[in-house]
Ligand binder design. Structure first.
Ligand SMILES: [Zn+2]
Length: 396
């Protein structure tokens, strides 16, 4: 598959784009470059048909078309942002030759609209130079209105250029994820599945002490329908974790969410994290709990969960801190899974007792000089740590 991408307009002078709350020329490039990257990563050939400078507007257009027509393209895609004199225009629209309702064009327009932009539809763009003069099937996308406050704030809030690029990519590319060859045996009976997840969760609890194993197992069973869900089968994902900053592979399917009043709604084209194996999914789930922050790392969203040894609390925190929108999430984890299947057995970690006459000592410092030792104690006390000064022999 070969795709020509034109980041609309030049970067200065003749052919420069609209300037609203954001600059068209700047954002056509952000979207276009992200799109090209996604296409290349998916194995498509990409022809960059962007023109940065020209002496006149018509020279810019002719140069873009000349680039496009040099190669046999499956699609020529020109990216733009709209503007209107009243600044009141809103929404996404796509132009094709004679307004042909190509499925890909409808999908691109619909995917972008699914984020909340008004869907202005696929329209006739036969008068547009790049549509009329390119040999390939062509679409010109007006992502949204760069001078409209609501459109721009929506564009920013959904993740801006990268999200738009993904929506375009999903519309034009056969985006089914090709799962890596699965080396794990996924054909497990329920008991085997529980043991499999439990052992990985228990080992990670010993290694990193992030999330209590009984809760990890309960979530895995519930969220993956015992390893049979679409995400478990096609994306090796046992937990429904949305993209949220993930740079790995993603899988696209709708999300079902519940509102505070109990009613449900669907979000189409949601991007979910995809993995090479179920094990990777379990470990990433714990990493996600340990690292998820919505304020650039200043606070950890799931801080209270990390290292917490009480499953009832962990489940309640998950719900209260917004891991899931279901209003019965905590209750279900506890009653339907942890207690029903005795999952706390994975929480018990083996311990090693010191032999008779010995103790495990946590050593914070050791000094020849008593003055230095006392100064160290004062520093510890400053951190709220009470310590004991004692002479030890150092024969061992
Ligand atoms: Zn434009």
């Amino acid at each position: 598959m070969t795709i020509g991408v034109n980041c609309g307009h030049t970067i200065s002078g003749a052919g420069y784009g609209a300037v609203g709350l954001i600059k068209e020329s700047e954002h056509t490039r952000l979207v276009g470059h992200a799109l090209m990257e996604k296409l290349r990563a998916a194995g498509a050939s990409v022809v960059d048909c962007t023109i940065d400078t020209a002496n006149t507007q018509s020279e810019y257009l002719a140069a873009a078309v000349a680039l496009a027509n040099r190669t046999d393209l499956d699609w020529f895609i020109s990216i733009h942002f709209n503007a209107s004199p009243s600044r009141a225009g809103q929404g996404v629209e796509v132009y094709t030759y004679e307004g042909k309702q190509y499925q890909d064009a409808l999908d691109v327009c619909g995917n972008i609209a699914s984020y909340g932009f008004k869907n202005r539809g696929v329209k006739a763009g036969s008068g547009l130079y790049v549509i009329k003069n390119t040999k390939a099937k062509a679409m010109l996308i007006e992502v949204c209105f760069c001078d409209n406050e609501q459109d721009v704030s929506l564009y920013n809030s959904i993740g801006g250029a990268d999200t738009i690029a993904q929506a375009i990519f999903n519309g034009i590319y056969d985006y089914a994820v090709t799962p890596e060859p699965v080396e794990e045996n996924h054909d497990m009976a329920f008991e085997e599945f529980v043991e499999y997840v439990g052992e990985i969760a228990r080992q990670d609890w010993i290694d990193r002490k992030i999330m209590l194993p009984s809760v990890v197992v309960a979530q895995a069973i519930k969220e993956s329908a015992r390893g049979t869900s679409e995400l478990a089968r096609n994306a090796n994902a046992l937990f429904g974790i949305k993209k949220n900053g993930w740079t790995g592979k993603t899988y696209i399917k709708a999300a079902t969410e519940q509102k505070a009043d109990g009613t449900y709604y669907t979000v189409d084209n949601t991007e979910w994290r995809a993995y090479g194996s179920w094990e990777e999914s379990i470990l990433d789930h714990n990493t996600y709990i340990a690292e998820r922050s919505t304020d650039s790392g200043k606070t950890l969203r799931y801080g209270p969960i990390i290292g917490c040894e009480e499953y009832v609390l962990v489940c309640q925190y998950l719900q209260d801190l917004g891991y899931a929108t279901s209003l019965t999430y905590a209750e279900s984890l506890i009653n339907d899974y942890i207690e029903k299947y005795d999952l706390t057995r994975f929480d018990a970690v083996e311990d090693e007792l010191a032999p008779d006459g010995k103790l495990w000592v946590v050593q914070l410092g050791a000094y020849k000089s008593k003055r230095n030792a006392e100064s160290f104690i004062r520093r510890l006390e400053g951190m709220g740590i009470i310590s004991l000064l004692k002479q030890y022999n150092i024969e061992e």
